[in-house]
Design a protein around this ligand. Structure first.
Ligand code: ADP
Length: 446
């Protein structure tokens, strides 16, 4: 029993820095709010870690959008080409997934955009698209300084992309240069696409959230609060780029040793700090770092470190889902994962492994909630309401497939923003649908 108590104490010591108190979360919420204000201000924008980028989307859908559109979705694991038909009866679409090899993600911009065009041509052939001049909406999920719906300078790559010659360039122009006959009418961030797609079904949807490879959010802001765009009338959707929250050091107190090691092993160390605590690209790696530390302390696996476990990215974020789903006695699936990693584990090891996963995914959901709490509270104040009722359109595999993430997110948000009644609406094919809806509005205005 003594040995057990000592073990527990040591485990708690390792995990304590990953456990956030209510006060920690309130502080994150307050910091996010501060960064949002700085990002919105004309003079302060340049110093904010949350860039609060204008999107030139001024309305959510009203149901009168119509037409046939091509849509591209670039910015995560998969590149997709879609044809989207928006009619009175609703939205139908067809799509193909194309792989972007790492050599192209991290090669030249020219090769990347040529590859994209090849995929579009392949898609048009497969779908027998006779009209090759459909208006095109481009979901491009990287931070861009937009000057209009169809003009967007890439600020920086994220999520493993680093194609040369693109940063500082107009992404729409790069696409047009690669194929002159392309009628690109709108560039859309994936958060905006998700908000628009859900907004088509629910008029209260004025927030978009992504928790997949990366994380980001957008929401409808009042023009009068935006110092960075001309005009005071009406509203505009703001792409927060909240993945970069903390890049100015304001969240440093939350970063554990494990988070720092993971950050240092990425192609963008010191960047996207908030994202690296939350999203699918990183959670598995954080867990792996903790497991290695615990094994070295002889708290796990009898102190035996398999060489597999020392391999970067071997512990996938989807393992967290499997592991957290398995309950008390049915730890068989955990065993299967551990066998894969060439680890011999006892029952106690499996239970501790699950605790590590729970700790990491709970922290991610809570941080995400603290960010959202800042957003909904700001929207409530903007509208001068005692109580705000709003819907968040959500996309991303981590949000959708993790067994506890969405529940933890919603519970924490309720706690941090009690005056906001927030519903969550998972989006179906949000990026494609959303890009088409934005393109529909754009081609109507044109
Ligand atoms: P993207 O955000 O790139 O468009 P996704 O939304 O599909 O793509 O998210 C991909 C991320 O989801 C990957 O980082 C992957 O680790 C993670 N993921 C995949 N399957 C699961 C799962 N079952 N549970 C939790 N995360 C998962």
């Amino acid at each position: 029993a003594l040995r057990l108590a000592a073990l527990r104490r040591e485990v708690n010591e390792v995990l304590a820095p990953l456990r956030l108190s209510r006060a920690d979360l309130e502080k994150v919420q307050a910091l996010m709010r501060e960064e949002m204000e700085r990002g919105l201000g004309k003079e302060t924008n340049a110093t904010a870690s949350v860039r609060m980028l204008p999107t030139y989307v001024s309305h959510t859908p009203d149901g009168t959008e119509r037409g046939d559109f091509l849509a591209l979705d670039l910015g995560g694991t998969n590149f997709r080409v879609l044809v989207v038909r928006v009619t009175e009866e609703g939205i139908t679409m067809a799509s193909e997934i194309y792989v972007i090899p790492v050599s192209i993600m991290q090669g030249t911009g020219e090769a990347l955009f040529d590859h994209i065009i090849d995929c579009i041509i392949d898609f048009q052939t497969k779908q027998n698209l006779v009209t090759d001049m459909l208006p095109l909406g481009f979901t491009f999920s990287f931070p861009c300084q937009q000057m209009g719906l169809d003009k967007a300078l890439l600020l920086t790559w994220t999520k493993g992309f680093s194609a040369s010659g693109c940063v500082g360039q107009d992404v729409v122009q790069l696409l047009r240069d690669a194929a002159r006959r392309m009628q690109v009418v709108a560039l859309v961030n994936d958060t905006v696409g998700t908000m628009m797609a859900c907004g088509y079904d629910d008029p209260k949807c004025e927030i978009g959230l992504i928790v997949g490879t990366g994380t980001n959010a957008c929401y409808m802001e009042e023009m009068r609060n935006m110092g960075t765009v001309e005009g005071d009338q009406g509203r505009m959707c703001i792409n927060m780029e909240w993945g970069a929250f903390g890049d100015n050091g304001c969240l440093d107190h939350l970063f554990t040793h494990f988070d720092q090691v993971v950050d240092q092993s990425t192609i963008n160390p010191g960047k996207q700090r908030f994202e690296k605590l939350i999203s699918g690209m990183y959670l598995g790696e954080i867990v792996r770092q903790i497991l290695m530390a615990m094994t070295e302390k002889h708290l796990l696996f009898q102190g035996k470190l398999s060489s597999k476990l020392q391999t970067k990215n071997i512990f996938q974020t989807k393992f967290l889902s499997t592991i957290e789903l398995s309950n008390g006695l049915a730890l068989r699936q955990i065993q299967a994962i551990l066998n894969e990693l060439e680890i011999e584990a006892s029952f106690e090891d499996s239970v501790l492994l699950r605790e590590v996963c729970q700790t990491v995914s709970l922290r991610a959901a809570q941080l995400c909630a603290a960010g959202l709490a800042a957003v909904v509270e700001k929207m409530r104040e903007n509208q001068g309401l005692e109580q705000l009722s709003v819907t968040v359109g959500v996309d991303g595999t981590l949000y959708k497939l993790h067994p506890c993430f969405s529940t933890n997110l919603q519970n924490t948000l309720k706690d941090l923003a009690p005056n906001c009644n927030v519903s969550f609406m998972p989006s179906e094919d949000g990026s494609g649908k959303g890009a088409a809806l934005v393109a529909a509005v754009a081609s109507r205005a044109a």
